[in-house]
Design a protein. Structure first.
Length: 404
């Protein structure tokens, strides 16, 4: 979704005058009254929606305090999105994206392999020199004879070898084609099967490291790979990514660690242990970001952006799996956004299980059951809530609606 600055087409550091100018310029185009008495059909609703969005952006950015709050919110979004892009869960990437990531990583590291770039450079240099030599020969053949040279024999039947302008242009085109062909050939050689065969006896050990707690899993795997590297005399791409992840983890850079593990999983998607490490590290990263997501969710909730709030509260709940309030707020935001009731039910059930005596949790679960058409479940939960607080008017009204 476009932020308010992009909607108005201004930079984030734009002053109030620029924002006002942008708004009124766009209003002249999208205000519904500009097309008064014209038959717009479905475009009328679209124009109204655009104008509403423009007005919303101007009302926020045109005032000092709302703009400061919004800038703070955008900063939180930038922070969490940067981490999400770096840590990106494999499921979010999808199989096709993961395969592409693996191919790109393999190509990059193949190009950096010992001797490949040097060999390609030498080949390209040699072929370029040959092409330049051919060009010089062609040029000498078409040059006029020098003053000291013997004039040609008029009786010679050989035609004039001086090339026309069209001929020179044709020669240039042929030379350019030859150079392109040489470049493609060098590229094929770099990406081909010129790498030395793998010695099966030198393959690293695939025995999984011993299980440990979440913080120790990555360290255990890295240690196993180091030992394997010692035995084999080198590391493959997956091993390097895992070791880089462990190094970043020790420095406290969870984002970089998650990114390295993501690349490792993309290269070895069938390795369950790697996937386990990646999931564990992402869970730790989500926990560290839960406070940021919470502040983000509160802003979205205050401004009625329930779809965005549902996503943010869900991330808070995922980062704090034992926080009943976060789970309940995720459920309530999904209901307000008219989102997935199955997900809303799952979050509400988690909240009720964590705090079964909390009437807010029971009330939220009852509302979701009603929305899903599960009236018997709703009645059972709401009666439990009524027993905890007989004077709760919302619970009474929900039960009355069920009876009606």
């Amino acid at each position: 979704m476009l932020d308010h600055y992009r909607v108005l087409g201004v930079e984030r550091d734009a002053d109030r005058k620029d924002i006002r100018h942008a708004y009124f310029t766009l209003s002249k185009v999208f205000h519904p009254d500009t097309m008064f008495r014209k038959k717009l059909g479905s475009y009328k609703a679209k124009m109204e929606a655009i104008f509403h969005r423009l007005t919303e952006a101007y009302e926020v950015l045109g005032k000092k305090r709302p703009r400061a709050d919004y800038d703070r919110y955008l900063g939180l979004q930038d922070q969490t999105r940067a981490v999400e892009r770096a840590a990106g869960e494999l499921d979010a990437l999808g199989e096709e994206e993961a395969s592409r990531a693996a191919e790109e990583a393999a190509k990059l590291e193949a190009d950096l392999a010992a001797g490949r770039l040097l060999s390609a450079a030498e080949t390209a240099t040699k072929e370029t020199a040959e092409a330049e030599t051919a060009a010089k020969v062609a040029a000498s053949e078409t040059a006029e004879p020098s003053k000291g040279s013997e004039p040609p024999d008029p009786s010679d039947a050989t035609p004039d070898r001086k090339m026309s302008e069209a001929g020179l242009q044709r020669a240039k085109e042929l030379m350019a084609r030859k150079l392109r062909h040489a470049a493609r050939a060098a590229s094929v050689r770099r990406g081909g099967s010129s790498s030395p065969p793998v010695n099966p006896a030198a393959a690293p050990s695939t025995d999984p490291p011993p299980k440990s707690d979440r913080r120790g899993l990555l360290k255990s795997l890295a240690g196993s790979l180091k030992q394997s590297a010692t035995q084999t005399g080198g590391l493959d791409r997956v091993q390097r990514h895992v070791l880089m992840a462990e190094r970043a983890r020790r420095k406290g850079d969870l984002t970089a660690a998650a990114q390295e593990l993501r690349l490792a999983v993309a290269l070895e998607p069938e390795d369950e242990e790697l996937r386990e490490q990646h999931a564990a590290l992402n869970a730790e990263l989500a926990s560290s970001l839960s406070t940021t997501y919470e502040e983000q969710a509160l802003y979205e909730q205050r401004h009625g952006k329930w779809g965005a709030a549902a996503i943010s509260w869900a991330k808070v709940s995922d980062g704090r799996p034992h926080d009943a309030k976060a789970a309940r707020l995720a459920a309530e935001a999904l209901v307000e956004a008219k989102g997935d009731l199955h997900k809303a039910q799952a979050y509400a059930q988690r909240a009720a299980e964590l705090e079964p005596e909390n009437i807010d949790n029971l009330r939220a679960l009852g509302r979701i059951y009603i929305a899903a058409g599960l009236h018997l479940n709703a009645r059972r939960v709401l009666q439990r809530a009524a027993a905890l607080d007989p004077g709760d008017e919302m619970v009474e009204n929900l039960l009355r609606d069920l009876d009606g």
